[in-house]
Design a protein around this ligand. Sequence first.
Ligand SMILES: Cc1cc2nc3c(=O)[nH]c(=O)nc-3n(C[C@H](O)[C@H](O)[C@H](O)COP(=O)(O)OP(=O)(O)OC[C@H]3O[C@@H](n4cnc5c(N)ncnc54)[C@H](O)[C@@H]3O)c2cc1C
Ligand code: FES
Length: 545
Amino acid sequence: MKPFDSNITSGKNKSFWTASTKTIAFEKIQENVDADVLIVGGGIAGLTTAYCLLKAGHKIVLVEDGYVGSGETGRTTAHITCALDVPYFELERIFGEEKSKLTADSHFAAIEWIANTVKEEGIDCHFKNVDGYLFLSKGDVKETLEKEYAASNRAGLKTQMLKQIPGMRTQQEQWCIKFPDQAQFHIMKYLEGLCTAIVSMGGKIYTESHAEQITEEGAKVNGFEIKAKHIVVATNTPVNDWMVMHTKQSAYRTYVIAAKVPKGKLRYSLWWDTGDQKSKWISAPYHYVRLEEYDNDFDLLMAGGEDHKVGQADDENIAEEDRYTKLIEWTKEQFPSMESVEYKWSGQVMEPIDSMAFIGKNPGNENVYIITGDSGNGMTHGTIGGILLTDIITGKQNPWQDLYNPSRITFKTAADYLSDGINTVAQFVDWIKAGDVKEAIDLKPGQGGIISAGLNKIAAYRDEQNDLHICTAVCPHLFGILQWNADEKTFDCPLHGSRFTTEGKVINGPAGADLKKIEIQPNSDMKESKEVQEENVLAFHKLSI
Ligand SMILES: Cc1cc2nc3c(=O)[nH]c(=O)nc-3n(C[C@H](O)[C@H](O)[C@H](O)COP(=O)(O)OP(=O)(O)OC[C@H]3O[C@@H](n4cnc5c(N)ncnc54)[C@H](O)[C@@H]3O)c2cc1C
Ligand code: FES
């Protein structure tokens, strides 16, 4: 089995899921291929779509440019729930009572679909039906829970108000809403089971196979042509420059810590708080917690939160490491039985401006489909995506089609559109701001940063062998200035969330291309030291980019 190549996963830190399973790798594409449906992306959305289409009798090819699950799916916390990132009372405000109910129905159907598939395919992935508890975050008022309880009931969910939160430290009365019949699993074991089923039905999966030039005819993958009647872009955020979804959603970074808890101390459950009401972000960050099997003596308590817009953390001056520290402190306070922290990682979620995912035909195309805008509900959204796209491609009516239509226009979120637009425009100030590193010589091995000279910006990284890698720091999507993410060691775009490795390779869209590299040629007679050569190249590019 090959080890994970950090250049083609979405960050340096390993999640518990990827660290505790073998890499799921298939052969690279080596010839031109024809299929009914080409699926781009090997996360939960792409694999579920592949599985559903095969069951419906279609011939599919799936390409993944990393390995299976090496995108955001391998970084999830895998709550499988219909308690959504956005409260039901807010869904009612934006979409009305009927669509709020339809939303709940679709997520509940996804939970059931996963449960049935696990059973039918015999997938050993620690799947469990569990209860979930939504409680007030600090400063929030009981009225929020009362409103949500009533709205979730109207949406058809059998929620209950409880006076105490099961499993959590509560000295006095602390109300919460119980969401029964939720679920959880080990995501990588689940994906492995889906892959086995896909291959046994004749589906073809290629890994380390990067799709570009995606059109209505197919795509170019590692230089080979894949021709297909339908193309599903399940890349978490669509990756083609002609796709416009970046105007309808924002990328957020979210953090997770996982700590040991003696077995039996806590019951397997899901817990969420109602979110930071004072947050400046449109998507108020909230805490999400669950338990996972670890070894004979311990379970693993996973807590997430501390979200911020991608590439914009510096506004608040909270370093990534401090976000983990805050998360650990919060978790210890709520769950005193927590012991040593074993894992820390972060990941990216796409927040649609009107709170509803985008699943269906890409605006303007008849046979190109997208699954995006998952928020923190990608386990169910990815599953809904597979079910819904299969129905659309097969020509079968599906009641969720209008709800998730990527071309929908939602009028009740005008203020959010405006505020998000202002935030996007504000990021162009980075063109005239100083970089975070003055000279390349200031970078120690393993460090990166942005070097500026007037309007020119350079993304520089010094690797552990002391070699300097430099690229333009201008995002090839729509020219945002990249920011250095010291925690995951990537360059992240504050405009729409594209991300790049230390060597400039694109790892998250919407950008479809790598960063322009600036080569440092070793001086053949070695008269100049390495540092002088580096500074000469940089000085030249500061003047000429
Ligand atoms: C920290 C964290 C916690 C979360 N917790 C939860 C949770 O508890 N419950 C929940 O429901 N959701 C949760 N989510 C959200 C959920 O994990 C994601 O929404 C979901 O995994 C996205 O799945 P996907 O298949 O759409 O994308 P991905 O898993 O990112 O898959 C897309 C794939 O496409 C590949 N790709 C991209 N471009 C190309 C290309 N050009 N050619 C070939 N391949 C390409 C990528 O390598 C990637 O593997 C969480 C997310 C994070 C980050
Ligand atoms: S992602 Fe759009 S400009 Fe960078």
